[in-house]
Ligand binder design. Structure first.
Ligand code: SF4
Ligand code: SF4
Length: 491
């Protein structure tokens, strides 16, 4: 029996009532009229066989042929489609696992003391480590040593050659604060050693000391920066506190201006949003506009909810992403480079070729690189897989600076690297499975005790919103939303 695919993804209605219809197995995207979208929305919600059959019969012959060819209509059963999804996810996962990603953490400490920082327990413990360990014969392991940098590169080259037969690509500098001026010598060493092996860099930084790093920024060097704001100056300075107590806002703003005028580096500005700061997003954007950062070809701006842990260690977003998408779209629509949340930004980047080149939407089997082959090298001598849990046992997958070089804990690495839609049973019947990838594994583990659980984080609603926003813009202007940087700093 011909029926609509169980992996049909319908956008929210556009302003004229029409819809985007994406198939979550074939990646085909089509623009459909209001009458069809509205009836399909009911069919997908109810799966009423009679209503579905009547809707299929209402389609003309050309639409029937096209929808069959593009996967919107199928004769496969839901179980057969699920098997397809699992097979695609496994193949995508395996392909991604052959492209390992690498982060280097030059510095576990930070020159900021943000009020909400999830790394605070780690930073506090560093002082104990430092006091106990610092001596000429036993150097502290808060900042990477040159020997550790060399050991990290030996491991990176080994892992990448095993996977791809070559070396090169982008390494991400992460922290603590990776671009603290006090550690410039070791960061310069990391960059120069990386260049010898064909690597370029991105950095996730608070931006405070960028003036000390301008000579290391630009194509072939540190090409991309991700920098966070917490709101307009009074809020930002209250929440993002420099250890020396100087205004972090003014320093970062001056540095970003210099990065954009004196280098060719690309900048992602992440604006943290909490319930009490949501209303300030418009003010922040107006300030960014006054600096020439909105619609700047080398800048991307997006809101980002803060995640908080409750007393039981369970994580929740302080503002749900679908709320951000709904509430902020009136502001984000005004600009080519502004997005309500990371999910909207990343989905837009993934959708862009569909509009610009007419290709099919690129499916994904996993949510992030921590579930394929992500190696994070830290000054404590450990290798971690997850950005969020650097310094924690739960994501430690090995060591790299001992006499035997890289040693991977196979049990831990397997635990992290085998999570995909193919191994996430609860995601396999979700229409969005191959658009989402299963959500953040670490937050799933915090909340459920298992990495192998979904963490939806309102992905479905944000994706429906993003589909509508992008199609609407394309229909109005004939072009896709900019999202201009060639690549993005993404987990
Ligand atoms: S998305 Fe989640 S699992 Fe992936 S690196 Fe980030 S925190 Fe870790
Ligand atoms: S995490 Fe949620 S939205 Fe994502 S694929 Fe799984 S069930 Fe669907």
């Amino acid at each position: 029996m011909l029926r609509f695919s169980s992996y049909s993804i319908l956008s929210f209605p556009l302003s004229d009532g029409s819809y985007a219809l994406l198939n979550g197995i074939s990646g085909a995207l089509d623009w459909i009229p209001q009458w069809l979208g509205a009836r399909l929305e009911n069919v997908l919600a109810s799966r009423d066989a009679q209503a579905e059959s009547e809707l299929v019969q209402a389609l003309d012959a050309a639409t029937l042929d096209s929808f069959r060819e593009r996967g919107h209509l199928t004769t496969l059963s839901p179980d057969q489609e699920r098997e397809q999804v699992c097979a695609i996810a496994a193949a995508l996962h395996d392909a991604a696992a052959k492209r390992p990603s690498f982060l280097i953490v030059p510095n576990l400490d930070c020159n900021y003391r943000c009020t909400y920082c999830f790394e605070r327990p780690l930073q506090n413990s560093l002082y104990q480590i430092h006091l106990a360990a610092a001596s000429p014969s036993s150097p502290r392991k808060v900042v990477m040593t040159r020997d550790q940098v060399d050991a990290a590169y030996r491991a990176i080259v080994q892992l990448q050659r095993q996977a791809t037969g070559s070396t090169g690509g982008q390494l991400i500098l992460y922290g603590g604060e990776p671009l603290d001026r006090e550690i410039k010598a070791v960061v310069s060493y990391i960059v120069s050693r990386g260049l010898q092996h064909g690597y370029s860099f991105a950095a996730v930084t608070n931006g405070h000391d960028l003036d000390a790093y301008l000579g290391l920024l630009g194509p072939g060097l540190i090409e991309q920066l991700q920098i966070t704001f917490d709101g307009p100056k009074p809020i930002h300075d209250r929440r993002r506190i420099h250890r020396g107590h100087e205004s972090s806002f003014e320093k970062i703003v001056a540095n970003i201006d210099r990065v954009l005028s004196e280098t060719e580096a690309e900048v992602q500005l992440r604006v943290h949003l909490a319930p009490e700061t949501l209303a300030n997003f418009c003010e922040v954007l107006e300030f960014f506009r006054s600096r020439g950062w909105t619609d700047h070809p080398r800048v991307v701006i997006y809101g980002s909810t803060l995640y908080a842990k409750n007393s039981e260690g369970k994580v929740r977003s302080t503002v749900p992403n679908d709320h951000l998408a709904r509430e902020l779209s009136a502001f984000t629509r005004r600009y080519q480079n502004v997005y309500s949340c990371p999910s909207e930004f990343h989905a837009t980047v993934a959708l862009r070729p569909v509009f610009t080149d007419g290709t099919r939407f690129e499916l994904r089997g996993v949510y992030c690189s921590a579930n394929t082959a992500s190696y994070i090298f830290a000054p404590d001598g450990a290798v971690y897989s997850c950005w969020e849990s650097v310094g924690q046992d739960c994501s430690r997958i090995g060591t790299y600076d001992g006499p035997e070089g890289l040693v991977i804990d196979l049990e831990q690495a397997t635990r992290w690297f085998h999570r995909s839609i193919a191994t996430l049973e609860e995601c396999q019947r979700c229409a969005y499975a191959l658009a989402c990838g299963g959500g953040c594994a670490q937050y799933a583990e915090y909340n459920t005790g298992s990495l192998y659980k979904p963490f939806c984080d309102h992905f479905q609603q944000v994706f429906r919103h993003t589909l509508a926003e992008n199609l609407e813009l394309f229909l109005q202007t004939g072009r896709s939303k900019l999202g201009s940087p060639k690549a993005v700093v993404r987990e």
